[in-house]
Write a protein that binds this ligand. Structure first.
Ligand code: C2E
Ligand code: CA
Ligand code: CA
Length: 444
């Protein structure tokens, strides 16, 4: 991808430089030289080395949304992070656009390489504030080992490139080692698909519930339902493991309908056991809002379970909010009495100014703001603005992923009173919720 820097600075004096103007890393030209040198020494000394191909995830969105100038600053910042990860003897270069490579010289086994890769992924994914924007960079990495995966430059680079694409396909933000035995991957995927389809047939899903508490009185004001898979061999599995595949198999509507039904039935159960109704939130896939039957399904479920509509909240991502046809669906759902919340607020590309036109009730502030707000004054400032705006528009606010009292108090100070996160409780099995609620009533 072309960046502004490249467009404006393409002068002959730079053409001979070994270093990339934008990032200060080695240039692709230098990389070719270094590679051919390394191939010779490694062969002579009988050594291995690793070639890591790093590609940022969704960099195009950053450029499209914020412009190439900010995109350039983004690349520069990532390059500085990568420099901190490698040893002085290692080689790092910007290949082109948002692609980088690292060569780890003289390695003895894959574990050395995995350590560096994990350090890269951890460093890259720290939230990044540029101007007033909070960005969440992630990358996919493909690894190839000399001589195992190739003994010349082009074989090594295409092996690492292939592995990098597999990392993207596996859901990004991760790494894959090149493997000649590609059929292994295909078999694994077929197996997972089979087990997931069986999970639907045999009803192996279960909802956990994470309490949301008010800081003012430290009592439960609602719960968010989070799906788990009771996997036949792996045990309780979190959704990150299977949601991508659910989407690929187009089973998201089935999962969402099941979650609405299960959450409502659970609420009725708790109520029967003597608990007052509490609001319960259900996460829905953005594409579920294209289902023409959604509104009827919700109505039927509320009626069958006897749950008043205002106790059911649907969580949708910012991207679902931006899809034209969905707005009408949200309006109809709110008309029935349901609440609509924007999930992971701040990580998508919502324009703050457009918020006031949206049919919604609640903003859920994403964990990345919480992680960052105590150490980064820009983030705290941005958070203050979002909270102020939400109040002005009369939306309720929930901060997610709050892990410490310090974070909770800071949020309360900024005007966000409702807290969800490990600080108060992890997601709990349904049976543990009544005692949790009773305990908060006794404690306070
Ligand atoms: P989410 O909706 O943003 O849910 C919050 C995630 O953060 C949950 O992960 C929760 O366990 C975790 N979490 C909560 N508090 C903390 C904390 O203090 N620290 C940390 N580190 N993590 C915390 P989980 O349950 O693995 O769910 C992951 C994502 O899967 C959810 O993110 C949601 O997008 C999706 N998901 C969960 N349940 C459903 C569902 O029933 N349907 C659909 N379509 N998506 C679901
Ligand atoms: Ca959620
Ligand atoms: Ca969230």
């Amino acid at each position: 991808m072309m960046t502004t820097h490249e467009k404006t600075n393409e002068q002959p004096t730079h053409a001979l430089s070994y270093y990339d103007n934008l990032t200060g890393l080695a240039h692709k030209r230098y990389y070719h030289e270094r590679m051919s040198c390394l191939l010779k020494t490694a062969a002579r000394r009988n050594e291995q080395f690793a070639f890591l191909f790093i590609d940022l995830d969704d960099f195009k969105d950053v450029n499209d949304r914020y412009g190439t100038q900010l995109g350039d600053q983004f690349l520069h910042a990532i390059a500085q992070r990568l420099k901190l990860v490698v040893r002085e003897v290692d080689f790092i270069a910007r290949l082109e656009g948002d692609q980088f490579c690292i060569i780890l010289d003289n390695i003895t086994d894959d574990h050395d390489v995995i350590k560096v890769i994990n350090r890269c992924l951890q460093k890259i994914k720290k939230p990044l504030t540029i101007e007033t924007h909070l960005l969440t960079p992630t990358a996919s990495i493909g690894a190839a080992i000399y001589p195992r995966d190739g003994i010349n430059e082009s074989d090594l680079i295409s092996a690492a490139d292939f592995a990098m694409h597999q990392a993207k396909q596996a859901g990004k933000q991760g790494y894959v080692f090149y493997s000649k035995n590609k059929s292994n991957l295909a078999t694994l995927r077929r197996e997972k698909e089979y087990l997931l389809r069986e999970a639907f047939k045999q009803n192996q899903f279960v909802l956990y519930y994470q309490p949301q508490l008010s800081m003012t009185n430290r009592q439960v004001v609602g719960v968010e339902s989070l799906v788990r898979w009771q996997h036949p061999t792996l045990g309780i599995v979190a959704p990150d493991y299977f949601l991508d595949l659910v989407e690929q198999l187009e089973l998201q509507t089935q999962l969402g309908n099941w979650a609405i039904k299960t959450a409502c039935e659970q609420l009725a159960n708790w109520h029967r056991s003597g608990l007052a109704f509490i609001p319960v939130a259900v996460n829905l896939s953005p594409s579920h809002f294209q289902d023409h039957l959604l509104i009827q399904t919700v109505k039927d479920t509320l009626q069958k379970t006897g749950i008043p509509a205002e106790f059911l909240e649907l969580e949708v991502t910012e991207s679902a909010m931006q899809t034209k046809g969905h707005i009408d669906v949200f309006k109809q759902l709110r008309k029935i009495g349901l609440k609509i919340a924007i999930d992971d607020f701040g990580t998508g590309f919502s324009c703050l100014a457009s918020l006031k036109q949206l049919p919604l009730d609640c903003l859920k502030i994403d964990k990345i703001f919480i992680d960052d707000m105590l150490s980064n004054s820009h983030t705290a400032l941005l958070l203050g603005t979002i909270i102020g705006l939400a109040h002005a528009l009369d939306y309720s606010l929930v901060a997610e992923g709050v892990e410490t009292e310090e974070q909770a108090l800071k949020l309360q100070h900024l005007g966000c009173d409702i807290i969800q996160g490990y600080f108060f409780s992890k997601p709990l099995p349904a049976d543990d919720i009544p005692s949790f609620i009773k305990k908060t009533l006794v404690d306070n």
